[in-house]
Design a protein. Structure first.
Length: 190
């Protein structure tokens, strides 16, 4: 049987993506200024790199902008700083606070009164119940569940599908149901 392959993805070229120019220079702030660009959405895939990019944005006077998918549900009194990416079908609960540089992926549910600090990454299908705190640059992987009143420390990592019932210290990697400490990260910014 003949096989037909459909290619829906577009990958960046060396200088453009979807018809728009890409800038690959170390001195990207100067390049953006030359182009008259004043608004930036940091999208580095590594939380620590996004943290550094945010610092450069501040130093160079750029304004941050957010990208929030129209199907995301933002409940009343949620506070969302500029410079945030919220993907399709995500839920941001009542009085949840989200700082700059945060990436919330498809279908994640951040319930009421959560505090999500700068440059956190929340992967698809993650659920945080009420009063959860995600400290700066932590990463919660696909399908993890974090129970009420739990704090995930700076630069910590929660494995896919984990069930977190207790606080996770900074730089710790936890996995499993219930979550247990796997290892301490080699390098983190605390």
């Amino acid at each position: 049987f003949p096989v037909t392959i459909f290619q829906r993805l577009e990958y960046p070229g060396t200088d453009s993506f979807k018809g728009r120019r890409l800038i690959w220079k170390r001195d990207w702030p100067a390049e953006l200024k030359k182009m008259g660009i004043q608004h930036v959405l940091p999208m580095d895939s590594i939380n620590q790199d996004r943290w550094t990019t945010l610092q450069k944005c501040r130093q160079n006077g750029f304004s941050l902008v957010s990208a929030i998918h129209p199907t995301a549900l933002i409940l009343p009194q949620a506070i969302i700083a500029p410079g945030v990416w919220i993907n399709a079908c995500a839920v941001v609960g009542y009085k949840t606070e989200i700082a700059e540089g945060v990436m919330i992926n498809t279908g994640a549910i951040l319930e009421h009164h959560n505090v999500i600090e700068s440059c956190v990454q929340v992967d698809p299908g993650v659920t945080t119940t009420g009063n959860v705190t995600l400290r700066a640059r932590c990463h919660v992987h696909t399908g993890a569940i974090i129970l009420n009143r739990v704090e995930i420390g700076e630069d910590a990592e929660v494995g896919a599908g984990a069930l977190v019932r207790h606080a996770v210290e900074p730089g710790l990697v936890v996995v499993g149901v219930p979550a247990y400490a796997l290892r301490k990260k080699q390098r983190f910014l605390s």
